[in-house]
Design a protein around this ligand. Structure first.
Ligand code: UDP
Length: 339
């Protein structure tokens, strides 16, 4: 069974490649290496699990000939689509870049897939499609009113997928992630963004005595301790949900969409405290004003994924922070060796 993974050299994509290989699927990674890393591909190629095969194609979804070349070369059974720009603040400043890359890139992928009769896709969507929450926890019936361009691009793609199902029989599972956290428990891959904007790696990066001071955005929210509350879902648990979504489609499942979260909220201060505990360190912190566009609380209702896909997240937040820390130590070593 051949699975095409776009964005397989990136953070979430690479953990899914490992899960696919370990479950015995063949993987074709398609990535332009703009945000993904060749080192990650090399690490993934070393993972030989259950005789599964991995191939890497460097290509750009915006170049139709690159996309065509993959479908012409491989008999693809299904797609996992991660390739996208995903920074909220940047998406508001540069909407053109986001609409062009995320929406047009996906259209090229879908149109070529249709041409080659590939009609199953697991899509990396986001809780950002819901916008400002009207109630908590957020279930899949919550209205989708995204408040930033990133969320709008993902919602547009969800809507395109619905129309493609009606017209052409495309079956999609859209997985709406809450806050993805942690790294591979064997420390082979992890979060590697430049610049890093996410909470957990940003706290942990100040462990290396490099003068970085963690910036805490807003302590005056109407929450348990004044800081924003988020639902942190472990990246390996997330990958297991993708495997289940893939099986659901391969078994003839209809188009569907699921929240991926733990249904538990943790505040920025709580995350910070766990980081100090896990690393046995005290971090410098600077309280900053609120970051624009941050809702006070985002927590998933994850019942639907549990009931329909049979998914159960198993990692605690502390485990996610531990693996994220192990990875930061590894990444610092790798980067030091590159100089
Ligand atoms: N945050 C913070 N300092 C940082 C990065 C994030 O205080 O350096 C806060 C951010 O304001 C939000 C929470 O941590 O309340 C989670 O932010 P992140 O960017 O990790 O994910 P998001 O919720 O935006 O998807």
């Amino acid at each position: 069974m051949n699975i095409l993974v776009t964005g397989g050299a990136g953070y979430i994509g690479s953990h899914n490649v490992i899960a696919l290989l370990e479950a015995g699927y063949n993987v074709i990674i398609f990535d332009n290496l703009e945000l993904g890393h060749l080192e990650t591909v090399e690490t993934l190629k070393e993972i030989k699990a259950k005789g599964s095969v991995i191939d890497f194609i460097e290509g750009n979804l915006l170049l139709i000939q690159d996309v065509e070349a993959v479908f012409a070369k491989y008999q693809i059974d299904a797609i996992m689509h991660f390739a996208a720009y995903s920074q909220v603040a940047e998406s508001v400043k540069e909407p053109q870049k986001y609409y062009y890359n995320n929406v047009l890139g996906t259209l090229n992928l879908l149109n070529t897939a249709m041409e080659y009769d590939v009609n199953k896709i697991v899509f990396s969507s986001t809780a950002a499609t819901y916008g400002e929450p009207e109630y908590i926890p957020i279930d899949e019936n919550h209205p989708q009113n995204p408040i930033n361009t990133y969320g709008k691009t993902k919602l547009m793609i969800e809507s395109i997928m619905d129309d493609y199902d009606k017209a052409y029989g495309l079956k999609s599972v859209r997985l709406r992630y809450f806050n993805v956290a942690g790294a591979d428990s064997k420390n082979r891959v992890g979060e590697w963004h430049n610049p890093e904007t996410h909470l957990i790696p940003n706290i942990l990066k100040s462990t290396f005595g490099n003068g970085r001071v963690f910036q805490m955005f807003g302590t005056d929210y109407d929450t348990k301790d004044g800081t924003c509350v988020r639902d942190y879902i472990n990246v390996e648990d997330l990958a297991q949900a993708h495997l289940l979504a893939l099986k659901y489609l391969l078994n003839g499942g209809e188009t569907n969409y699921f929240n991926l979260g733990t249904q538990e909220g943790s505040s920025v201060k709580e995350v910070f405290d766990i980081c100090e505990k896990v690393t046995y360190q005290k971090f410098p912190v600077k309280i900053q004003p609120r970051r624009p566009g941050d809702p006070a609380i985002l927590i998933a209702d994850n019942k639907k994924a549990k009931e329909v896909l049979g998914w159960t997240p198993v990692h605690t937040l502390e485990q996610s922070i531990q693996t994220a820390y192990n990875w930061e130590v590894e990444l610092a070593k790798r980067l030091a060796n590159q100089v």
